[in-house]
Design a protein around this ligand. Structure first.
Ligand SMILES: [Cu+2]
Length: 186
């Protein structure tokens, strides 16, 4: 059982949290889909989410009201079936727009091409919440690994506009699960 008390400390905006990948059997009202499974949590109000941590695997949570996810309201949910036997490294990937999500729209000067066409161009890609824009001094996220040992990266993309291909220079990655389901490793 997962119990998360969410206090909305925003000044004016409501919010909900969607627990991406959780099946929510017998707890549909905990799914966090604003206006579908619950009324949004209003500014300065709190709400307690309770649900079963199922299925096991790599999942993430994100704001599911307007585009708050794009402003950084997301994180990992990792459900372990048993204790990990190799080092695990959580890794989020997202596109970052600098502008607040509520002001990104079709008329945004950052949108490619004519109105209604093209994609928004992110200012940066964030790995583990960090990236660069217009300046190469900001420290990026660093991950320390042990030579000769297998490590499991648990990856979630919270990107709004783009899909990402992920690779690690000089290393071979074996994909062992996808969308919370184990697969034949490739
Ligand atoms: Cu989701």
């Amino acid at each position: 059982q997962v119990v998360v008390e969410v206090f909305n400390n925003l000044l004016t905006e409501s919010l909900t949290i969607h627990w991406h990948g959780m099946h929510q059997k017998k707890s549909p009202y905990m799914d966090g889909a604003a206006y579908i499974s619950q009324c949004p949590i209003q500014a300065k109000q709190k709400f307690t989410y309770k649900f079963k941590a199922y299925p096991a695997g790599t999942h993430f949570y994100h704001g599911s009201f307007a585009n708050q996810r794009v402003d950084g309201l997301f994180g990992m949910i990792i459900v372990h079936k048993q204790l990990p036997t190799i080092p695990e490294i959580p890794l989020t990937v997202t596109d970052w727009f600098k502008e607040e999500a509520l002001t990104i729209d079709l008329n945004s000067p950052y949108r490619f091409g004519v109105k209604g066409a093209g994609q928004l161009t992110p200012f940066s890609t964030l790995l583990g919440g960090r990236g660069r824009w217009n300046d190469n001094t900001y420290p990026l996220r660093e991950y320390t690994v042990e030579t000769g040992r297998n490590h499991k990266f648990r990856l979630a993309s919270s990107a709004m506009e783009h899909t990402y291909e992920v690779s690690i220079d000089g290393h071979v990655l074996t994909l062992v699960a996808l969308d919370g389901q184990e697969i034949n490793p490739i």
